[in-house]
Design a protein around this ligand. Structure first.
Ligand code: ATP
Length: 242
């Protein structure tokens, strides 16, 4: 007996994960009847501009978020690689695990999808999964056929419980998502404003508890300024700067 699997994949930097991500994933889940959703934080290799929070914190925040949603999973698939995160590589790894292209739905905001022409393995990667493209405030999916005429033929509206035996398509989901970005959240934190309601409560608690995004320098926190003299001794140092 074959099980009808419809696997959603949401990739991103998640620096931090926020309401917009929850909305885009929930809208895709509802519109497509997803049976599972993997949220996959991207690995940013050392030679690229770094996210503000470490991979560990970004993964922790994703894990806290999915813990409240039964069909969702946090995946460390991209963080375990030392290589940059390419969507094509990730989708092929799902194929290696036995998922067919028509069972996979790569969930993406319309703002990100318009750049797909510059992605590794374009246009071949469009055969590796369905691309479920969701409107983002200021970037509605209805403008995509005119913006990307070369792909317009492959664009279809979302139908509930699509058959997983069809050819991969570009599925347009015109839904409302929160008008929020990770950039705006980091800025709000750095300026000492509240981020309540912009991120899940557990994520807000994590950000506050660990002092994330209080500095505009990636990886730094305000608390790092007051180096604890005891910290060096833990590692057997004498206390002098080394
Ligand atoms: P940043 O502000 O740091 O660029 P971001 O808020 O755009 O980050 P990402 O982690 O880069 O978040 O986004 C991951 C995916 O989520 C992308 O496909 C993006 O289009 C989508 N997305 C993010 N925010 C929203 C939103 N508010 N509505 C719809 N889609 C969103």
């Amino acid at each position: 007996m074959s099980i009808d699997r419809r696997i959603g994949i949401l990739g991103g930097t998640f620096d931090p994960i926020h309401r917009g991500h929850l909305d885009i994933a929930s809208q895709a889940e509802a519109a497509l009847g997803l049976t599972r959703l993997f949220v996959i934080p991207a690995n940013v290799p050392p030679h690229r501009p770094q996210p503000f929070a470490s991979s560990y914190h970004r993964f922790a925040m994703v894990a806290l978020t999915v813990s409240e949603r039964p069909g969702w999973r946090a995946s460390d698939l991209e963080l375990r690689l030392s290589a940059p995160s390419y969507t094509s590589t990730t989708l092929l790894r799902f194929h290696d695990r036995g998922y067919g292209p028509a069972e996979l739905f790569f969930v993406i905001g319309a703002d990100a999808f318009v750049d797909i022409g510059s992605w590794k393995d374009y246009p071949k990667l469009l055969e590796f999964a369905h691309f479920a493209v969701v409107s983002r405030p200021g970037c509605p999916v209805k403008t995509l056929p005119a913006q990307m005429p070369q792909l317009a033929e492959r664009m279809v509206p979302a139908t509930p419980h699509p058959s997983s035996s069809t050819e991969p398509a570009i599925i347009l989901i015109d839904a409302v998502t929160a008008d929020v970005s990770a950039t705006a959240i980091r800025r709000a934190r750095a300026e000492g404003q509240t981020i309540s309601g912009l991120v899940p409560p557990k994520v807000e608690q994590h950000i506050e508890q660990h002092g994330l995004y209080t500095s505009t320098v990636p990886g730094r926190r305000e608390s790092d300024r007051q180096a604890s003299p005891a910290a060096g001794r833990l590692h057997g140092q004498s206390g002098q700067a080394s």
